[in-house]
Ligand binder design. Structure first.
Ligand SMILES: [Ca+2]
Length: 338
C-alpha cells in the first residue's frame, strides 16, 4: 500500500468514515401527514441532507393527509432542495385532519413577496394528477432489489394498510403482503406509546383500524418511535431564529414560524423516526426486545416481548437523546446543496 493511501486508510479507521462512505445509498420511502405538525418538515429536511451526503436514495414521498397543500408543499421543497424528480403519491379518501392544526403546508405554498410573486417558485402542480400512494408504492417497490427498502412512516397508516391489502396489478404479480415481504427490510414508524400510562397517540388514534392492521399483519420488522421520545428531543426556536440564516427564504423556517406562535420548542417525534431509519446507532437509540404490538379499540398500544417477534420500539438515555438532538441540529442547519 502506498504511503498516501495508507495514511488515508488510517484516517478512515480513526474517524470511522470509510465504511460509511463506501456503503451504497439506502433506498427509502417517506410516508407523511405533512402539514399536521412541524416535525414532518424537519424529517423531510433531514432526508434531503442524507441525499446530499449520498447516504440514501429517496424513492418516493407519499402523503396520508387529505389536503392538496400537503403534496404541494413537498413538490415545493423537492424543487427548493434540488430533487425535483422524486415521485409524490396522494391519499384517496384519507381520514380528515384538516382542522387539527394550522396547516403550515398551505401557508408556505401560498406565501408571496411584496411583488405578489410566490416566494418558493416551482412548476405548476395538480394534486389530482398525482398517482394514488398505493399504486406508487407497488410501482416503486416492484422495481427494487429484494429486502432493500426502508419505509419511514410519520403519519397515519391509511396508505400503508391499502398497500398491505392490495391485489396483484400491472407492476407485480404479488399481493401487497407478499410484495412488502419481498422488498421491505424495515418500517420505522412514529406511532404509539409504551410508557407507564395508557395514551392514545395521534397517528394511531386518527386511523385505528389501519394502525391495528399494520401491527398485526405487516410481514417485516417494525420499529416504533413512541410518543415519549418527543419530550426528550425538542427542536429549539433559537435554531430557527439564528442558525438557518444561510438563505433569505427557507421553507423549513417559514413552515416552523407559521405552525405556532414563535418562540416555541417542538417535539421531534418524526425526525427521530427518520434518524432511526437511516442511522440506527446505539449512540442515539436503545432498542427494546423484539415482540408484538397490540392496538386496542381506543388506539392504546401495548408491547409484549416474544422470542421471534418482529416489533420493537426505541427508547433513549439522556445522553442518547442529547446526541440525537445534536445530530438533527447538525443536519438541518447545514446549507442544502441544491
Ligand atoms: Ca407527522
Amino acid at each position: 500500500m502506498k504511503l498516501g493511501k495508507y495514511i488515508g486508510f488510517l484516517l478512515c479507521l480513526i474517524i470511522g468514515g470509510c465504511s460509511k462512505t463506501e456503503q451504497p445509498p439506502l433506498s427509502v420511502i417517506f410516508e407523511t401527514d405533512m402539514g399536521n405538525d412541524i416535525d414532518d418538515a424537519v424529517a423531510l429536511d433531514i432526508l434531503y441532507k442524507y441525499m446530499d451526503d449520498g447516504k440514501i436514495h429517496l424513492l418516493a414521498e407519499c402523503v396520508n393527509k387529505n389536503s392538496p397543500y400537503s403534496t404541494e408543499f413537498i413538490h415545493l421543497t423537492n424543487y427548493w432542495y434540488g430533487y425535483p424528480d422524486i415521485p409524490i403519491g396522494r391519499v384517496e379518501n384519507g381520514i380528515d385532519s384538516n382542522h387539527d392544526s394550522q396547516n403550515y403546508a398551505e401557508v408556505v405554498s401560498l406565501m408571496k413577496d411584496e411583488q405578489e410573486q410566490l416566494i418558493f417558485q416551482r412548476p405548476s402542480f395538480s394534486n389530482d394528477s398525482l398517482p394514488e400512494a398505493v399504486s406508487l408504492y407497488r410501482k416503486v417497490l416492484s422495481s427494487q432489489p429484494d429486502t432493500s427498502v426502508v419505509l419511514v412512516s410519520v403519519g397515519f397508516s391509511t396508505n400503508l394498510v391499502k398497500l398491505l391489502h392490495s391485489e396483484p396489478d400491472e407492476y407485480s404479480s404479488l399481493n401487497g403482503k407478499e410484495l412488502i415481504h419481498q422488498k421491505v427490510k424495515l418500517l420505522s414508524m412514529m406511532a404509539g406509546s409504551f410508557g407507564p400510562y395508557p395514551l392514545s397517540e395521534y397517528n394511531v388514534v386518527k386511523d385505528i383500524p389501519a394502525a391495528k392492521a399494520i401491527a398485526n399483519e405487516w410481514p417485516t420488522r417494525i420499529v416504533y418511535t413512541p410518543f415519549e421520545i418527543g419530550e426528550q428531543v425538542k427542536y429549539q426556536a433559537s435554531t430557527i431564529e439564528q442558525d438557518l440564516k444561510w438563505t433569505s427564504h427557507h421553507p423549513l423556517v417559514q413552515a416552523y414560524k407559521s405552525y405556532l406562535p414563535m418562540p416555541y420548542d417542538r417535539e421531534m417525534w418524526d425526525a427521530v423516526a427518520t434518524l432511526y431509519a437511516i442511522e440506527p446507532s446505539d449512540a442515539y437509540f436503545t432498542l427494546s426486545p423484539w415482540g408484538d404490538v397490540h392496538v386496542n379499540d381506543e388506539g392504546i398500544t401495548t408491547f409484549t416481548p416474544r422470542v421471534g417477534g418482529t416489533r420493537a420500539y426505541v427508547t433513549m438515555t439522556d445522553a442518547q437523546a442529547a446526541a440525537a438532538k445534536y445530530r438533527i441540529w447538525q443536519l438541518t442547519t447545514r446549507p442544502a446543496k441544491r
